[in-house]
Design a protein around this ligand. Structure first.
Ligand SMILES: [Zn+2]
Length: 230
């Protein structure tokens, strides 16, 4: 009698445990499917869009035979390579020295090219946009890299500050990440920042911006800053 009861009890415990496990696993399964994990799996990793400023007939800032468009592309490609090697999803607005839209004249091209870059960010559903440029100013004393973000974007500020912190380790500039009034950060829904690598109008910056070693360091700094915000 006692033995039979004990067997029954073990059997009941077994049934109960099986039932509970089924509930737990089916619940977890539905969490995976309907919860937070499923949309992430469906959408894949967030896209980081890298935009080398200018290109083709639009050289950007120029000093003698030094073109901003070439420095932008060189650094952008290296950022792309570093992040891709770390298995991030990365895309570029241009990978060659080409026009993004048809050329009419410089002014209308630049505007149309910016609209196209913003359109690419929206079309590809980019989560992050990093637009890479070189600065130029009438005051040739201005120097150093600097990042810009939309004044109302918390995530943009965070990303620009993270990149600026890393850039400061490469170039001992006192410049800070600051809000900027740029078409791309004003007209995109993703987290967008402008990275100015330095001033082509400054002799010291020009020299280092032509150095492959320095450009590699800039690219590594940008990639590190981006990684900190992912
Ligand atoms: Zn530029």
């Amino acid at each position: 009698m006692f033995l039979i009861l004990r067997k029954k009890r073990i059997f009941l415990v077994f049934i109960l445990a099986t039932f509970m496990l089924a509930v737990i696993f089916s619940g977890f399964g539905s969490y995976l499917y309907y919860g937070k994990v499923a949309p992430v799996l469906a959408q894949g990793k967030p896209l980081i869009l890298i935009d080398p400023g200018h290109g083709g007939r639009d050289p950007g800032a120029v000093y003698q035979n030094i073109y901003e468009k070439d420095i932008n592309l060189d650094v952008a490609k290296q950022v792309e390579k570093i992040l891709k090697e770390k298995k991030y999803r990365v895309s570029m607005t241009r990978t060659k020295d080409t026009n993004l839209v048809n050329w009419k004249d410089r002014g209308s091209y630049q505007r149309a090219s910016l609209i196209e870059r913003a359109r690419i960010a929206e079309k590809r559903n980019a989560r992050y946009l990093i637009s890479i440029h070189c600065n130029s100013d009438n005051n040739s004393n201005y120097s150093g890299p600097q990042t810009f973000y939309h004044s109302q974007s918390v995530s943009g500020k965070r990303l620009a500050e993270a990149i600026q912190e890393e850039l400061k380790k490469v170039n001992n500039t006192k410049r800070q990440a600051i809000p900027g009034d740029y078409f791309l950060i004003n007209n995109t829904s993703c987290t967008a920042v402008i990275v100015e690598l330095g001033y082509l109008s400054n002799a010291g910056d020009r020299l280092i911006l032509c150095s492959p070693e320095y450009k590699r360091k800039l690219a590594e700094a940008i990639a590190k800053g981006v990684e900190k915000c992912l």
